[in-house]
Design a protein around this ligand. Sequence first.
Ligand SMILES: Cc1cc2nc3c(=O)[nH]c(=O)nc-3n(C[C@H](O)[C@H](O)[C@H](O)COP(=O)(O)OP(=O)(O)OC[C@H]3O[C@@H](n4cnc5c(N)ncnc54)[C@H](O)[C@@H]3O)c2cc1C
Length: 435
Amino acid sequence: MSDKNRTSETNPGHAPSWYAHSANDKTVRPSLEGEHTADVCIVGAGFTGVSAALQLAENGYKVIVVEGERVGFGASGRNGGQIVNGYSRDLETIARRYGPERAKRLGEMSLEGGRIIRERVARYDIACDLVDGGFFAAFTDKQVREMAHVKAHWETHGHTGLEMVSKAEVGKYVKSDRYVGGMIDKLGGHIHPLNLVLGEAAAVESLGGKIFEQSRVTGVDMGANPVVRTAKGRVTAKYVLVCGNAYLGNLLPKITDKMMPVSSQVMATEPLDAKLIEELLPANYCVEDANYVLDYYRRTADNRLLYGGGIGYGGQDPANLTGVIRPNMLKTFPQLANTKIEFAWSGNFALTLTRIPHMGKLADNVYFSHGDSGHGVTTTHLLGKILGEAVAGHSGRYDVWSSLTALPFPGGKTFRVPLTVLGAWWYGMRDKLGV
Ligand SMILES: Cc1cc2nc3c(=O)[nH]c(=O)nc-3n(C[C@H](O)[C@H](O)[C@H](O)COP(=O)(O)OP(=O)(O)OC[C@H]3O[C@@H](n4cnc5c(N)ncnc54)[C@H](O)[C@@H]3O)c2cc1C
């Protein structure tokens, strides 16, 4: 079944995910009505927007977050929940593209997103099932060599949590005979992402910030005091931060031609027998494989297997959400042939041509950040914080990120999808052939 018009039965307004079903707080916030003022108005209550809001609220700013649907409605409340450090491109590629100085700065920040999550979970006592440890699984010796190379380079930037895993040791992390080895990141991990963003949103409110839901922003008027408009209300602010990511639509076409919505699908099995799930994932690490179109999976706190994969360029969902990922799950774990799938959903992330997030300004007082390219649980936390720093006048780190050139997709809005599909097909073939 396609996801586009489905909503959670137990938590309306959210995708029909296991996360929406098991959210700690299902209260709907009021929508924006009438005139409001703020120091900073933030469009979008995903990780980026809420991270920025928290950074600002902690520093005494009056913030208003305006969310079109529900807090965590977008990718932040539907993702694989994997805390993956670094960026969608490795630091060596970043050095080649942007030079050693900027690679050094990005290297220094490459573990910070994960640290921010852990600090906030501890400070605000957020119940989001945080577990440490991630495993990158390799299908081929070539992928193992590439991981070893990434590890060696990342260690020059100070990462001390990486360890290579031999074929004989794979079973410590995942009981599947698909893999020939891999790498662990002890500083990786996993969380219930919707409960994380809900906990962070509650922290913003505890510091005096306001969050409105079901209030789609229909326009941003630039000026000395920019105005954010919805159907029934307006916020006049000193600064606006646009954090709508793949769900921004055509609100601000100047920035959306440099990112493309891409869908990925996730499903959750029924709760498994504790012994079985421990056998499948003994260390309780999250797993992502090394293919171009990758599978990612992990245990949940209630012993389900949460399995994601598949890809839809342009944000299209497949007609049958489990059609691709269930067969992949069974290749990994044939022992689950008779296991029921209780939840299946889809979500969109924002892809950039460079696979590096795009951060910048539409005016002196209107900032944006998006395009974490499928690898955003940690980077959104980092970049939201950096947006907050920039507003507070500490723009050093913002300057580094905003200096990374963003390119429009070749083919414009009409041909960007088929051209990207072609590129992905090519990389997918290379994975299949192991070259
Ligand atoms: C299925 C899936 C699995 C993923 N798995 C992982 C993973 O395991 N690990 C990882 O690191 N990354 C993963 N990602 C990527 C990661 O989830 C995203 O990079 C990250 O959550 C993006 O956060 P965000 O705040 O920028 O955007 P979003 O979370 O999408 O938030 C944007 C918000 O803005 C709102 N909005 C948009 N336009 C408007 C408007 N006009 N008015 C008001 N509100 C608006 C939306 O409703 C939405 O709530 C995954 C993504 C998907 C889709």
